[in-house]
Design a protein around this ligand. Structure first.
Ligand code: NAG
Length: 433
């Protein structure tokens, strides 16, 4: 669409320009002659100088003065002027028409430019197998005015415009301890704890953990201080927005996670949302075709369905793009309207459900993280710890999301991966009792 329009409009602008130049020259000649008749002894009185400064420079440069000097010529020109003034109305009309055309062309140009901003230069599709859609959206222009105090903190903490962000209140302090010490042992420097109460502020100061306290906000504060796990979890969608607006890529991290390697060495950054999965193998983590069977339908008893285990909303990376911010807004909005909804379910529904009648889906690109590198505790306890090859694999993180006895299992992960204690997992059942 934008291609033909802009090419057409370039041609149109050129011809408009040409006719405008001709009209301008014509007007110049007419004016020159009028001045020659009315002011035969000199063109520019003091008074008229400033008004006609621009025109007079053009007139004197074109030497019309000399050409119009003789009276004979003046008479000839007088009659010319008469002729020309008859055509003047015609010209005025043409100028008006041209101006209108110019306005339309300019408007179309503006529209074309707007399309270009969104989709880039229009291109022809390349040969078979060579075309690829946009998945890496442009990042937003950082807007420091959104939160100058946070901007200053992030300038110091972030590495290559990225950082790990976590929310904590005192309910989760013991896990925060394991979380933070594993981050330090993994050589990660770009992380920040959003401290939701004074106990966490004190903890961070004592343990040299970078932290940030938000400006008072009644609603958020009451959830942050007293809220349970799920409620605090819902807060993060509102709090993260500013980080993205400031232009930072954010790796949101819950606290029931042990870091073993630096995750920034293992994320791909090609999608708006890159998330760890609750899946436990390739199919469940990366998606598969599940056949639904309805025998009563006879010939058409099988229906294929698209299945994927949910993304874990406790560990995901967002690029600072509009779709990523839109995701946060949509989830925060839904949670604020119905606080009983589970943030992880809402997060996935917003991310995956397509547009349909009465609903416009989010157009965000997504990537599932490797389920062995970004390992959930089901994968670890049901599979990895029982397999000699997989036991040698070094995950980037382990997320104890599948088990309620989080702290002892986190400590076991530390024992196993940092201290080489081979039997660290032996005392735990696969699931919880
Ligand atoms: C799972 O996927 C990975 C990467 O896509 C592949 O290397 C591996 O062989 C797959 N494993 C199985 C059991 O299919």
């Amino acid at each position: 669409m934008a291609g033909p329009i802009s090419r057409r409009s370039t041609n149109a602008s050129r011809s408009v320009l040409r006719s405008r130049i001709s009209v301008a020259i014509l007007i110049g000649i007419i004016l020159g002659c009028i001045f020659a008749v009315l002011y035969p002894h000199g063109f520019f009185s003091r008074d008229s100088y400033s008004d006609s400064h621009f025109q007079s420079r053009r007139l004197s440069r074109s030497n019309i003065q000399i050409k119009c000097e003789s009276t004979e010529r003046v008479n000839m020109l007088k009659s010319d002027i008469e002729d020309l003034s008859n055509t003047n109305d015609e010209l005025q009309k043409q100028i008006r028409d041209l101006n209108e055309k110019l306005r339309v062309v300019e408007q179309k140009n503006r529209q074309a430019e707007q399309q270009v901003v969104v989709v880039g230069d229009p291109q022809k599709a390349g040969p078979f197998g060579t075309v690829k859609g946009i998945r890496t959206n442009p990042t937003v222009l950082p807007d420091e005015a959104v939160n100058p105090r946070l901007a200053k903190i992030l300038e110091k903490v972030a590495v290559k415009n990225e950082l790990i962000v976590s929310l904590a209140n005192s309910n989760v302090k013991p896990m925060l301890e394991v979380w933070a010490s594993s981050i330090k042992r993994s050589g990660i420097h770009n992380y920040l704890v959003v401290a939701l109460d004074d106990g966490i502020v004190d903890f961070c100061k004592e343990n040299n953990v970078p932290f940030y306290t938000r400006d008072p906000d009644e609603e958020i504060d009451s959830i942050g201080k007293t809220g349970g796990n799920h409620q605090v979890s819902g807060l993060k969608f509102r709090i993260l927005r500013e980080f993205l607006q400031l232009g930072y890529g954010v790796l949101l991290s819950d606290l029931d996670i042990v870091y073993i390697q630096n995750p920034f060495d293992h994320i791909h950054r090609d999608s708006d949302v890159e998330s760890m999965s609750d899946g436990h193998d390739n199919m469940t983590a990366y998606g598969y075709n599940d056949v639904f069977d309805e025998p009563a339908m006879g010939w058409a008893r099988y229906v294929h369905t698209m299945r994927i285990w949910v993304y874990n909303s406790g560990f995901f990376y967002l690029r600072p793009t509009l779709p990523a911010i839109e995701l946060l807004d949509r989830v925060a909005d839904r949670l604020s309207r119905d606080p009983s909804e589970w943030d992880q379910a809402v997060f996935n529904e917003e991310l995956f459900f397509p547009s349909h009648p009465g609903y416009i889906g989010l157009h965000a690109s997504k990537r599932t993280m490797d389920h062995y590198l970004f390992m959930n505790s089901k994968v670890l306890f049901k599979e990895v710890r029982k397999d000699d090859d997989l036991k040698r694999l070094k995950p980037v993180i382990v997320h104890v999301n599948y088990h309620p006895d989080k702290l002892p299992r986190m400590e076991a992960v530390v024992e196993f991966y940092f201290n080489g204690k081979q039997d660290a997992f032996d005392m735990f059942p696969d699931g919880s009792d």
